[in-house]
Write a protein that binds this ligand. Structure first.
Ligand SMILES: Cc1ncc(COP(=O)(O)O)c(C=O)c1O
Length: 554
């Protein structure tokens, strides 16, 4: 017998095995390469890194000199900080007291209070610059807190407030009158549902509609349907994009378990398009068009503002082109393209992001503003994707129900919202919208530049974000100076300023004036003192050193 035979057959086996494994390996490598290089694109890794970060905090001695500032600068900062603290304590006395008491029993408040600024500074900020969580009224572009202080509202109510708080008050008031006869009868429909569906089909250009109670639920349902109809497992989302807090769309920090059927890929990337064109397990691609302002970047909260490297830039043409390419890749491969317009829908154009960017999706989720200020989530989709059962397999269904779906009061408020939106007079609000908001952003940037302040704004229409032009560890302090000037921000701070479209030129001029005044005070108080040669990289290296020292007790 030829003794080389077993060796030959072993070698042949190895070649066959390699040939079988090689395409899988190649696909795996291509998938890895399609992830964004940052931690944002690596959700599992980001959770591992998050678990390694030790807690440490600056005491009052270190707080003001964590960037190596000399004594005179640290003293200036300390004086500024405690002067601001005195103002807060006096001006927001009742709100702070109520908030501290309520926080004992409201876990959400405990969380937002702790995460307004990087954790090293959080305790001292909380104790001295605590912000009241209670408001008593709103009117025009202003809100009034429980102590009677009036603020310009840049919170945008998480994006709900597009047309001004008074608009939503009216929608809700009218909705109550119209729903009153039926009351909170659930399961059957209030007659306005038929009008809402007709209007939503028109706006989205899609055939069918389902109602839910929140944007998170709408996204869950859209993805579930995409999986059901394609018979594939995976959803693709893009690095940094928020789609609500359901586990599958929130891999990484914030979710204690790893979703196994989510790919987080880089946006505006050829490699991503290649993955879409070659893999067979992708059911849908979820796009949050808000990311056009900072592709692949996380929602910009001040709690992560450890240096000045946060940046944003909106390029409408480039993002439209990207969406077009995505559309083509999805069409080629039978992948369901879902636009998650929960945030941007109705803010950019009456037909939403599809109209604004000129690209059609297979399914669209809406929420926030759509029910005239009441809680809502909606899925619109092509008929063949929205169906929840199959004619040929009666037991193979795709289940989705919800007690409060299509609640009569929500539906009448939605009807009011959509009727107003349909009126040509009202629609004029969208005329020249980008020019208006781009012009205002330019105006504020010019003022900041003229005052030699290291702060700039970038915008996607009326959604703004703040960036900082010189390296600093203290940029997050700006939110407290802004509040002292009567500007209300959401808990994420300066990362997201949301204007409602009822801001007129005079309102905006006042906000711009106060914004510059706040930044100028912050500068005078020494927070933007610069050591020669300080870079963002050096700041990050310093933070790493602090963490190592804290971990190993050095
Ligand atoms: C794009 C997007 N999708 C989904 C959601 C979740 O909506 P909700 O908070 O109503 O659950 C949000 C909320 O901010 C969002 O911005």
């Amino acid at each position: 017998m030829d003794s080389s035979l077993p060796i030959l057959s072993l070698a042949a086996g190895a070649v066959a095995a390699t040939a079988a494994v090689a395409p899988k390996l190649k696909a795996r490598i291509e998938l890895s390469r399609a992830k964004h290089r940052s931690l944002t694109g690596h959700s599992k890794m980001s959770r591992r890194v998050a678990r390694l970060i030790p807690f440490y905090e600056f005491d009052v001695g270190e707080f003001f000199r964590s960037d190596g500032a000399p004594d005179d600068v640290a003293t200036k900062r300390r004086d500024g900080f405690f002067a601001l603290s005195a103002t807060y304590k006096q001006r927001f006395a009742k709100g702070r007291e109520m908030t501290a008491e309520a926080a004992e029993h409201i876990s959400d408040l405990q969380f937002t209070r702790a995460y307004r600024v990087p954790f090293q500074y959080s305790r001292l900020v909380r104790e001295n610059l605590g912000v009241g969580a209670f408001m008593q009224s709103s009117s025009g572009v202003n809100v009034t807190d429980i102590d009677g202080n009036s603020f310009y509202d840049l919170t945008g109510s998480y994006g709900v407030n597009i047309f001004g708080n008074d608009f939503y008050k009216e929608c809700i008031e009218i909705s109550e009158q119209r729903a009153h006869a039926l009351g909170p009868v659930l399961g059957s429909y209030h007659p306005v549902v038929a009008d809402n569906v007709r209007r939503l089909a028109g706006i989205s250009g899609l055939d069918e509609v389902s109602f839910h109670m929140s944007g998170t639920e709408a996204v869950m349902q859209a993805v579930r349907l995409a999986r059901y109809h394609t018979g594939r497992t995976h959803l693709v989302r893009f690095a940094g994009a928020y789609h609500g807090w359901w586990g599958d769309v929130q891999p990484g920090v914030g979710n204690p378990v790893s979703p196994h059927e989510t790919y987080t890929l880089a946006e505006m990337s050829e490699r991503t398009l290649h993955v879409l064109r070659t893999r067979r397990d992708i059911a849908c691609v979820l796009v949050n068009p808000l990311q056009a302002l900072h592709p692949n970047g996380n929602a910009p909260g001040d709690s992560a503002l450890v240096d000045s490297s946060r940046s944003a830039h909106f390029d409408r043409a480039a993002y439209s082109e990207w969406l077009k390419q995505l559309r083509e890749a999805c069409s080629e491969r039978g992948i369901v393209l879902i636009f998650d317009e929960v945030f941007v829908g109705f803010r950019l154009a009456p037909g939403g992001a599809q109209q604004y960017f000129g690209v059609k999706a297979d399914m669209v989720t809406y929420g926030k503003s759509l029910a005239g200020g009441l809680p809502i989530g909606v899925v619109c989709g092509k008929r063949e994707l929205m169906r929840r059962f199959r004619d040929d397999r009666p037991a193979d269904i795709c289940f989705a129900r919800g007690t409060f779906n299509a609640h009569p009061y929500v539906m009448t408020a939605m009807d009011e919202f959509l009727s107003r939106l349909a009126s040509p007079n009202f629609r004029a609000v969208y005329n020249g919208l980008d020019d208006i908001w781009n012009g205002r952003a330019r105006e504020l940037n010019d003022m900041l530049s003229a005052a030699d302040l290291p702060v700039r704004v970038d915008n996607l229409s009326s959604i703004w974000t703040v960036s900082y032009t010189a390296p600093s560890r203290y940029n997050w302090m700006l939110q407290y100076y802004l509040r002292a000037e009567g500007i209300a921000l959401s808990w994420v701070g300066t990362g997201r300023l949301i204007f409602s479209l009822n801001y007129n030129d005079a309102d905006f001029a006042e906000v711009a004036k106060r914004f510059v005044a706040a930044a100028a005070k912050m500068k005078t108080d020494g927070w933007w003192w610069q050591a020669g040669g300080l870079t963002n990289k050096a700041i990050r290296r310093q933070i790493l050193k602090e963490m190592i020292a804290s971990k190993f007790g050095r």
